[in-house]
Design a protein around this ligand. Structure first.
Ligand SMILES: Cc1cc2nc3c(=O)[nH]c(=O)nc-3n(C[C@H](O)[C@H](O)[C@H](O)COP(=O)(O)OP(=O)(O)OC[C@H]3O[C@@H](n4cnc5c(N)ncnc54)[C@H](O)[C@@H]3O)c2cc1C
Length: 404
C-alpha cells in the first residue's frame, strides 16, 4: 500500500541537515519531490561534521550490506563540485596482547562469514615492515575493504547536490512541532511559522525523541530506545610519512553489542551514574587523504546534554602511544567530544510511522557516514513505490516495542 496520496508534485520537509537529512534530500530530489530541509543550526553542525570519517566492514552482514550500498552512492558524488576526500583505503585491526589476539581469531571468522576477506599478520612483522610507526602489538588482521572520507565535506556534497536539483535548505530554523490530522501529516511548526507538507521526515539525530513527543494531532508517537553514545576525538596534524590503513583495535564490538552497552533506561541509571562509565575504549585512527589524522575513540552511554569524562581523550592518546610509539611527535590541532545517536540494537531506523506521510531516518549510532546514503536510498524507494518500510526488516521502526 503506498502511503502518500497527493495530486501533482510532492512537498517534502526534511528535519535536520546532518548526514541523515542531507542524504534524504538528495534522494528525494532525484525523484523530483519539492524538498525543504529545516536545520536549527547549520549544515553538518553536529556529529555529521565532526566524526572519524571511516567506512569499515564489520562482522555483521547488515553492516556489510550498508557499507556496499553507501559506497555506491558516494561514488556518484565523489568527483562532483564538493570534494570530500573519498577513497578506498587499507584497514588494519590490531590486538595489543596475546590474549586479545587469540580471541580475535573468532572475530576474524565472523568477518569472513559476512563476506569480508581477512589476512592475519604478526606483531613482529608489523614492527619490522613499518619501522616509522614502532608498533608494539601482538598481531592483527588486514581487512579486505574500507573507505575514508572527510565528513563535513561529505555531508555538504549531498546538501549541494540536492540544492542544485531544487531543494531549499533553511539553516538557523528550528522545528518545534510536527502536526497531523485524521491520521495524515499536515506539516511542521517552526520558529517562523507553519510549513505545510505532504511528507515529513524526522532526520534530526539525537533530537528525534523530542519531535516524536511533539507530534501533535494524532501523536505523541511512541519513543525510541535512543541514547547518546558519547565519544572523544583527537584531531592530529600532518605526518611526514603516509599511513596506508585505518588502524583499529580488534576489541571494538559489533553493532549489536555496542547498542546493548549503550542502553540507559531508568532513573536508577542516573542515580548510579551509569552514564559515567565507558562502554568501549579502543583505538580507531583515520589517516585522511588531506594528510592529517583523526584519532578516537571511546563510547559511553550518555544523556544528550550532560557532559562527563573530559579526561577520556588523554586515555585514548596514552593507549595509542603504547601500541604505536612512532606517533609520539605528532602535533594535536584539537580535542573534542561528540554524540552518536544510538539505538538499543546498534542499527539505524528507517521507515514509516502510524501517521500517513511521516517517516523516520535516524539512530545512525557509530555508523552514520557508513549507513545513511544507503538507508536514505532504500527509504525513499520504499516511500515512493512501496509501503514506506524498506525491505531490510532490521531497519524498520516496528522492531521496537509500541511501534506495531
Ligand atoms: C566520536 C565520533 C566518531 C564517529 N566516527 C564515525 C565514523 O568513523 N564513521 C561513521 O560512519 N560514523 C561515525 N560517527 C557517527 C556519525 O557521526 C553519526 O552517526 C552521524 O553523524 C549522525 O548523523 P545524523 O544526521 O543522524 O545526526 P546529526 O549529525 O546530529 O544531525 C542532526 C541535525 O538535526 C538538527 N536538529 C535537531 N533538532 C532539530 C529541530 N528541532 N529542528 C531543526 N533541526 C534540528 C541538528 O542541529 C543537527 O544538525 C562518529 C560519531 C562520533 C561522536
Amino acid at each position: 500500500m503506498a502511503r502518500i496520496s497527493t495530486q501533482g508534485p510532492i512537498d517534502a520537509v526534511v528535519i535536520g541537515a546532518g548526514i541523515a537529512g542531507c542524504t534524504l534530500a538528495y534522494e528525494l530530489t532525484r525523484h523530483r519531490c519539492r524538498v525543504t530541509v529545516l536545520e536549527q543550526s547549520f549544515v553538518a553542525a553536529e556529529s555529521s561534521g565532526r566524526n572519524t570519517g571511516t567506512l569499515l566492514s564489520g562482522p555483521q552482514p547488515e553492516v556489510v550490506e550498508l557499507l556496499d550500498g553507501s559506497v555506491e552512492v558516494y561514488r556518484e558524488l565523489a568527483d562532483g563540485p564538493v570534494p570530500f576526500e573519498f577513497a578506498k583505503i587499507g584497514h588494519l585491526l590490531i590486538s595489543e596482547d596475546e590474549q586479545s589476539f587469540a580471541a580475535a581469531a573468532a572475530v576474524a571468522e565472523r568477518y569472513r562469514s559476512a563476506g569480508v576477506g581477512m589476512e592475519k599478520v604478526l606483531g613482529a612483522e608489523l614492527t619490522r615492515e613499518y619501522p616509522r610507526l614502532k608498533f608494539k602489538v601482538s598481531g592483527g588482521y588486514f581487512v579486505e575493504r574500507a573507505w575514508t572520507l572527510e565528513p563535513l565535506g561529505a555531508t555538504h556534497s549531498f546538501a549541494h547536490a540536492a540544492r542544485e536539483a531544487g531543494a531549499v535548505i533553511r539553516t538557523g530554523l528550528r522545528v518545534a512541532q510536527v502536526f497531523s490530522r485524521n491520521g495524515k501529516v499536515q506539516g511542521v511548526l517552526t520558529d517562523q511559522g507553519i510549513i505545510p507538507a505532504d511528507m515529513v521526515f524526522l532526520a534530526n539525530g539525537l533530537w528525534i525523541s523530542d519531535l516524536l513527543r511533539r507530534t501533535v494531532g494524532d501523536g505523541p508517537l511512541p519513543g525510541l530506545p535512543l541514547t547518546a553514545g558519547r565519544g572523544w576525538l583527537i584531531q592530529l596534524g600532518k605526518l611526514d610519512f603516509r599511513i596506508p590503513w585505518i588502524i583499529e583495535e580488534l576489541t571494538w564490538p559489533d553493532q549489536e553489542e555496542l547498542g546493548r552497552r549503550m542502553s540507559l533506561d531508568g532513573l536508577r541509571d542516573v542515580a548510579e551514574l551509569r552514564d559515567d562509565r565507558i562502554g568501549v575504549e579502543a583505538i580507531c585512527m583515520n589517516p585522511m587523504l588531506g594528510g592529517d589524522l583523526r584519532l578516537g575513540a571511546t563510547v559511553q552511554p550518555a544523556f544528550r546534554d550532560l557532559l562527563r569524562n573530559t579526561e577520556v581523550a588523554s586515555r585514548i592518546a596514552a593507549r595509542t602511544l603504547r601500541m604505536i610509539a612512532g606517533l609520539d611527535a605528532t602535533t594535536v590541532k584539537n580535542v573534542y567530544p561528540g554524540n552518536r545517536p544510538m539505538l538499543s540494537d546498534g542499527l539505524p531506523v528507517a521507515g514509516r510511522t502510524a501517521i500517513e506521510g511521516l517517516f523516520l531516518h535516524g539512530g545512525m549510532g557509530s555508523i552514520g557516514m557508513h549507513a545513511a546514503p544507503a538507508t536514505a536510498r532504500w527509504l525513499v524507494d520504499a516511500v515512493l513505490s512501496g509501503d514506506g518500510n524498506p525491505r531490510q526488516k532490521w531497519l524498520v521502526p516496528q522492531r521496537f516495542p509500541g511501534w506495531d
